[in-house]
Design a protein. Structure first.
Length: 301
């Protein structure tokens, strides 16, 4: 089977390489020639533009977007819907808001193009370990692309599936990432407590390694954490600044809209926001209030 991939960054490039290795013909395009060259080295065919990519694919064509959510996706969806024909399939594998995916699906349908929204998880490890794929859209279109999904997933029968109609793939990925926020925050807080205990000077890497086998908190995320702690116990080179892709925010918004409490995910998001403040005003004000009503000492900064 053949496929065009637009966006050859850490995820798109890894997917292109995995598909090419699986025997599929891959045509790749990216804004940077170096990314295209890397994909060609991994077995893909390079394209110089979107129109060139579409022309190099046999009908019915499949084009998979792996570009940032928001304006880049809007731009590429608009251009590709104009370049593709009835019977072709457009896939958005980025972290788009599910509401945007609903609009994109309607736009594609009006042009006779099938649209699938696919939540993709796996990061830089997906290239070798496989990607988790949460697929939304038409069932027949999903079935046609099943050979691609089987090659991308950890195994032909596991780690992928159609979860519902248009928008559902990105909706499930949104909640997936919200859960990820909570898990990461819990691990970070737990190891912070262990590190602060002066009695035993615990080896955090050793503790993480012990927990990896038999414990109810074992996970792939813990495996990665153990590797981090083993190589840099104090994390000297890492700035305490945590970004977010937006999906944790959307998950919190959905919890409010649906009247479903999600305090862990909400607090994990708030912690990320707090990490970006170099001079947190709220804590300064708290200290000042405590001094004013109780005469408590305050530090100076």
């Amino acid at each position: 089977m053949e496929i065009g991939i637009v966006g050859l960054g850490r995820m798109g490039g890894g997917m292109a390489a995995r598909l090419a290795k699986g025997g599929h013909r891959v045509v790749g395009f990216a804004r940077t020639p170096a990314a295209v060259a890397a994909a060609v080295a991994d077995g893909a065919v390079g394209a110089s533009s979107l129109s060139d990519l579409v022309q190099k694919l046999a009908r019915p064509r499949t084009v998979w977007l792996m570009v940032p959510a928001g304006e880049p996706t809007e731009q590429y969806v608009g251009e590709l819907v104009g370049l593709l024909s009835s019977g072709d399939t457009l896939v958005d594998g980025g972290n788009s808001n599910f509401r945007d995916s609903l609009r994109h699906a309607a736009r594609a349908k009006a042009a006779g193009v099938d649209f699938l929204d696919v939540g993709v998880s796996g990061g830089v490890w997906g290239r070798t370990e496989g990607y988790c794929l949460m697929i939304g859209g038409d069932a027949a279109a999903c079935e046609r692309l099943a050979p691609l999904f089987r090659s991308l997933a950890p195994s032909p029968t596991e780690g992928w599936g159609r979860v519902g109609d248009s928008g559902s793939g990105h909706y499930v990925k949104m909640v997936h990432n919200g859960i990820e926020y909570g898990l990461m925050e819990a691990y970070a807080e737990g190891f912070d407590i262990l590190r602060a205990q002066p009695a035993w000077k615990l080896d955090l890497g050793q503790v993480a390694t012990i927990w990896r086998r038999g414990s109810v908190v074992r996970s792939w995320l813990l495996d990665l954490t153990a590797d981090i702690l083993a190589s840099s116990a104090e994390l000297e080179q890492i700035a305490p600044y945590v970004r977010d892709s937006g999906e944790g925010r959307w998950t919190v918004e959905e919890s409010i809209a649906l009247d479903v409490p999600a305090p862990v995910i909400m607090m994990a998001l708030e912690r990320r926001l707090r990490s970006r403040q170099a001079d947190p005003f709220a804590e300064r004000l708290l200290a000042a209030m405590r001094q004013r009503f109780g005469g408590h000492a305050v530090g100076t900064g």
